[in-house]
Write a protein that binds this ligand. Structure first.
Ligand SMILES: [Zn+2]
Ligand SMILES: [Zn+2]
Length: 437
């Protein structure tokens, strides 16, 4: 029976996935610089017999928000080349085209089914203490100040493992399986350019997943919800420098303008139609104690539980920024660096996932909808698939976390890979063979 073979194959694939995840964990890469990771993902998919597409065909150039500078892209690319990137596939990622799409065509006709995973890291300095397992077991980040602190290293490894399982059964499968490896999920950067390139067009079904969140080890949540719409803004204030004692009246103080903007942004009133969030996470300004600061840079984000609340937060934040600039006679530039939207998963898809997960030994299927506890740009893919009449769900793969997402001591448990891989592989096979039945 095919299901038994999927479980057996998933055991082997999970052992490999744990090792692959450790390798990705050692070499974290930020949005659009996942050169090493993408090249190795493409290499593995090709070895498995999948048809790989890369470059602008899967990441629309003009849709990329928050693209690093040319110098940053080149530096990260060269680093990837030194650190074991695949020499054949690496050139396809040059310039920040780090998405990978790989298709597996089954032996029988059937629907087109997508599985989306992300693989970017965060600007966090990973803990070096022996109490932190990646440090103790030798797979801590070798990139100072960068870390896989959200589990996306695991998502990439899981995606490859599911591809491995299904590739072994290819002649018996119905339909086409499209594996979508997305760059830059953090900060809502990578999904829109992939959607705009058409990578989810033609999908009848789409699955996406996340490790950890608030779900304990051994659990599978077939449906995740409460995605917050969000907008990330990069703001630059420019004023004029002057001697702080000799000619203060000739200065135009960019730091003061930015500081007033920070206060004003946090003071934006709540909205009666739903929860919102706001954070200014970066503020850099000035150059010396006795110089009126002529520049200031800040990074902020606003979020809302629906599009109207989020739009209100963006509008108010922009007004505050412009007001602070005006009050201090500053020039200001506001750039969008990323965004996410809301989405609602299809319960019918959740039911297929739940039925598949129940066939996996050691997995506990949870009935309630798991709150994502933040934002996800997979929502753009979910929405696009649903607009075309397809169905989608976002799955929570539980894992006991030593500390929360986006902290220096974040880690996931090896034992949770099997349940996630087997559930996804079974779900994909069933959707191909039987659809929602
Ligand atoms: Zn994250
Ligand atoms: Zn994440």
């Amino acid at each position: 029976m095919i299901e038994q073979r999927i479980l057996t194959l998933s055991r082997t694939a999970a052992e490999r996935a744990v090792q692959v995840r450790r390798d990705f964990h050692r070499y974290p890469e930020l949005a659009y610089t996942e050169f090493r990771t993408a090249s190795l993902v493409a290499r593995r998919c090709t070895e498995l017999g999948l048809l790989v597409t890369m470059g602008p065909a899967v990441v629309k150039a003009e849709s990329r928000l928050g693209l690093p500078s040319e110098a940053e892209l080149t530096e990260a690319y060269d680093r990837a080349a030194r650190e074991g990137a695949d020499p054949e596939f690496l050139p396809h990622t040059r310039g920040g085209f780090t998405g990978v799409v790989a298709e597996l065509v089954g032996g029988r006709p059937g629907p087109v089914i997508g599985l989306r995973g992300d693989f970017d890291a965060l600007p966090i300095h990973e803990a070096q203490a022996e109490t932190h397992r990646p440090a103790r077991e030798g797979f801590g980040s070798v990139h100072l100040g960068l870390m896989h602190a959200c589990g996306h290293d695991g998502h990439a490894a899981i995606g490859l493992a599911v591809a491995e399982v299904l590739a072994a059964l290819r002649p018996e499968l119905a339909g086409t399986y499209r594996f979508i490896f997305q760059p830059g999920e953090e900060g809502g950067k990578g999904a829109v350019p992939m959607v705009d390139a058409g990578v989810v067009d033609g999908l009848q079904y789409l699955l996406a997943c996340h490790l950890g969140m608030d779900a304990p080890s051994g659990t599978i949540y077939p449906v995740v919800g409460e995605f917050l719409a969000s907008t990330k803004l990069d703001v630059t204030f420019r004023g004029a420098a002057a001697h702080a004692a000799g000619r203060p009246e000739e200065g135009r103080n960019a730091m003061l303008g930015a500081a007033q903007a920070v206060q004003g942004i946090f003071a934006i009133s709540r909205h009666s139609e739903g929860p919102s969030r706001v954070n200014v996470g970066v503020l850099r300004a000035g150059s010396g104690r006795n110089v009126i600061p002529d520049h200031a840079f800040m990074q902020l984000e606003v979020r809302g539980s629906n599009d109207a609340v989020e739009a209100y937060m963006v509008k108010r934040a922009r007004a505050v920024i412009e007001g602070a600039a005006l009050a201090n006679d500053l020039a200001v530039e506001v750039k969008s660096a990323g965004r996410t939207t809301t989405a609602v998963c299809d319960p019918a898809m959740g039911a297929v996932v739940a039925a598949a997960a129940r066939a996996v030994p050691g997995v506990r299927v949870m009935d309630e909808v798991l709150s994502v506890g933040g934002s996800e740009d997979a929502t753009f893919m979910i929405r696009r698939v649903q607009e075309q009449g397809g169905l989608a769900t976002y799955i929570g793969i539980g894992s006991d976390l030593p500390t929360g997402h986006h902290t220096p001591t974040f880690d996931v448990q090896d034992r949770d890979f099997f349940g996630g891989i087997a559930t996804l592989a079974l779900t994909l096979e069933r959707l191909g063979a039987k659809g929602l039945a």
